[in-house]
Design a protein around this ligand. Structure first.
Ligand SMILES: [Zn+2]
Length: 215
């Protein structure tokens, strides 16, 4: 592979800083993690957005969370077509091998992926309609959500569609037979969260009121 190059300096320096401090001060803990393997209690599916600092907002240590990130924190519906399914593979591994107790879908404010879906569905992003657009085809998962937000006032639709990205992912999770089984046996619980980047608020979906409420 002739295209791989050495890391930029700022990353090299940060790495050495981490090795000399955080790692060095917790050597025993890292050794234990290496020897005993991972036993994360929760699986978090979040957006790729660099502003969503998953491990930071939950004060997570190594080994605590199994994390998967993709554009707009989406879980596709279950399908056994034999194709490449990265998100579904992560769901399968988390539930059947790691046997996590919780799956958290973590959405966020100002999501560019959701904005793209909104633009595409409202006819303002023909480039995303192209068959060759990976982002567009990925955002097709959220299309049913667009239909559902059409009855909310226009200025709130984008925000509502971000919430739909969480609800549709939760619904799609339940289409995986092993997820449904674990949930119905009481071994797994699903959670829907939305974080506001600007003010640090965290909301969770409340099935009673069918709304997102402050954590
Ligand atoms: Zn996002």
């Amino acid at each position: 592979m002739k295209y791989a190059r050495p890391l930029p300096n700022y990353m090299v320096q940060r790495y050495h800083g981490w090795k000399a401090t955080t790692f060095n001060e917790n050597r025993t803990w890292y050794k234990k993690l290496a020897e005993e393997g991972q036993r994360p209690r929760a699986f978090i599916i979040a957006c790729c957005d660099s502003r969503v600092h998953v491990t930071s907002i939950f004060g997570a240590d190594q080994g605590e969370f199994f994390i998967h990130r993709n554009i707009a924190n989406l879980v596709p519906p279950f399908t056994d077509d034999g194709d490449h399914h990265g998100t579904s593979a992560a769901v399968e591994y988390a539930v059947t091998a790691l046997k996590v107790a919780h799956i958290v879908i973590l959405g966020h404010s100002n999501c560019g992926g959701v904005q793209g879906c909104y633009d595409m569905c409202s006819g303002h992003a023909p480039e995303l309609e192209e068959k060759s657009s990976f982002v567009g085809r990925w955002m097709d998962i959220l299309r049913p959500g667009y239909e559902r937000v059409l009855d909310v006032p226009e200025e709130q639709r984008k925000d509502a569609l971000e919430k739909e990205s969480i609800l549709i992912s939760l619904e799609n999770l339940m289409s995986f037979p092993f997820v449904r089984e674990a949930v119905e046996k009481g071994n797994l619980t699903l959670h829907g969260l939305w974080t506001d980047i600007g003010d640090g608020d965290l909301l969770q979906y409340d099935p009673e009121s069918k709304t997102f409420v402050q954590v």
